[in-house]
Design a protein around this ligand. Structure first.
Ligand SMILES: Cc1cc2nc3c(=O)[nH]c(=O)nc-3n(C[C@H](O)[C@H](O)[C@H](O)COP(=O)(O)O)c2cc1C
Length: 353
């Protein structure tokens, strides 16, 4: 079957320019990550999961998630919670903030979330899950999508029962990460379930899980009939994976490109989270960008020891002076965004789906 990843598709009324979607990842999907993902060809980007209770209480940290830049669109903002009324109210705010799609999280396996009746637990409570989708769909005029796992337990097929009900309740797109919640991130994603889900619903389905190359993306789209693939871990500190998946080719960046993208990411993250919060947040990204055989391990370790982001930047430029020119080129091509400083970093929960 011929698969063109650069084809556009429709998520309800929203036109998505490519079949590659950047995954929502708690503690990762900051605005810098999403803007970069769009630049490297993701047709749709997502915020990390945002607590609907946090939105309802106008928690300052949570509201930090609702800042949308002009060059992020189309953007899905993902919310999680268990109360249909609170979720509907949160969805209204998400729409007002400028999201093109409201995404609902029924996939988070982390206990801190599931014990509140949110995330993947809702796959075991189809009535409530359907009630949440119906309430959210009635509250907003943008399309509503749902991201879910296969079910709670290994071998569960709950997604195949719940999915069609969610569509009947108003979901205009379903994303399936076909691992169980119990599996967390072990084993592999069983995309035969994605194919079954596609055959059961008449809305687009996005396949999530283990998409790391163009060959894998094409195989999943071809074998399942999904409308798009979602890329998560492969894109951490590695936007070139998106380009490779979309365009093929080697996808291997030069050292100058790696440092330029990392420095741009650091600057934008400092602007978004503030210097203090960004310092800690960024440490995992140093390893992700500079790993994969791109730089020697001691160099990464040296950077992680530095406490101030501007020191890391200076050290990076000392190592790769030519990166300044690459950065200048990227910056001149990027639209300027409003500079808003947030004191508090958003709540992050590792492994939200
Ligand atoms: C660090 C991390 C955070 C995540 N946070 C979220 C989240 O907030 N919401 C969500 O729906 N999925 C979340 N996920 C799941 C991913 O969106 C994706 O479905 C999963 O990682 C499988 O795709 P991959 O193999 O491409 O990484 C997270 C995954 C990781 C690794």
């Amino acid at each position: 079957m011929h698969v063109n990843l650069r084809e556009s598709w429709s998520l309800g009324s929203v036109r998505v320019p490519t079949r590659v979607v950047l995954a929502p990842m708690a503690g990762v999907s900051v605005q810098a990550f999403r803007r970069q993902g769009r630049r490297f060809g993701a047709g749709l980007v997502c915020s990390e999961m945002v607590s609907c209770a946090g939105i309802e209480h106008r928690n300052e940290r949570t509201l930090g998630y609702l800042r949308v830049a002009a060059d992020e669109h189309p953007l899905a903002i993902q919310i999680f919670g268990s109360d249909p009324h609170v979720m509907a109210e949160a969805a209204r705010m998400v729409e007002a903030a400028g999201a093109d799609v409201v995404d609902i999280n029924f996939g988070c396996p982390v206990r801190k979330v599931t014990k509140t009746g949110a995330g993947a637990t809702l796959l075991d409570d189809p009535d409530r899950a359907a009630g949440i989708v119906a309430a959210v769909a009635a509250a907003v005029s943008v399309p509503v999508s749902v991201k879910m796992r296969r079910g709670l337990e290994n071998e569960s097929r709950a997604c195949l029962e719940v999915g069609p009900r969610l569509v009947d309740s108003g979901a205009q797109c379903l994303t399936l990460h076909p691992r169980s919640a119990r599996q967390m991130y072990t084993g592999s994603a069983d995309h035969s379930l994605t194919a079954e889900l596609v055959s059961l619903v008449d809305v687009p389905v996005i396949g999530s899980g283990d998409v790391t190359s163009q060959a894998r993306a094409k195989a999943i789209l071809g074998e399942t009939g999904a409308s798009a693939v979602m890329v998560g871990r492969a894109a951490q500190g590695n936007p070139w994976a998106l380009r490779e998946i979309l365009l093929g080719g080697e996808g291997r960046p030069s050292r100058e490109e790696v440092v330029a993208e990392l420095v741009l990411f650091m600057r934008e993250t400092v602007r978004e989270l503030g210097e203090r919060r960004a310092g800690g947040f960024l440490k995992k990204f140093y390893g992700w960008y500079l790993g994969r055989g791109r730089f020697p391990r001691p160099f990464k370790q040296e950077l992680v020891q530095l406490e101030i982001v501007s020191e890391v930047e200076a050290r990076l430029f000392r190592e790769v002076p030519g990166a300044r020119f690459v950065l200048q080129r990227i910056e001149t091509q990027q639209p300027v965004v409003d500079e808003v400083l947030l004191d508090e970093m958003p709540i992050s929960i590792y492994g939200g789906g």
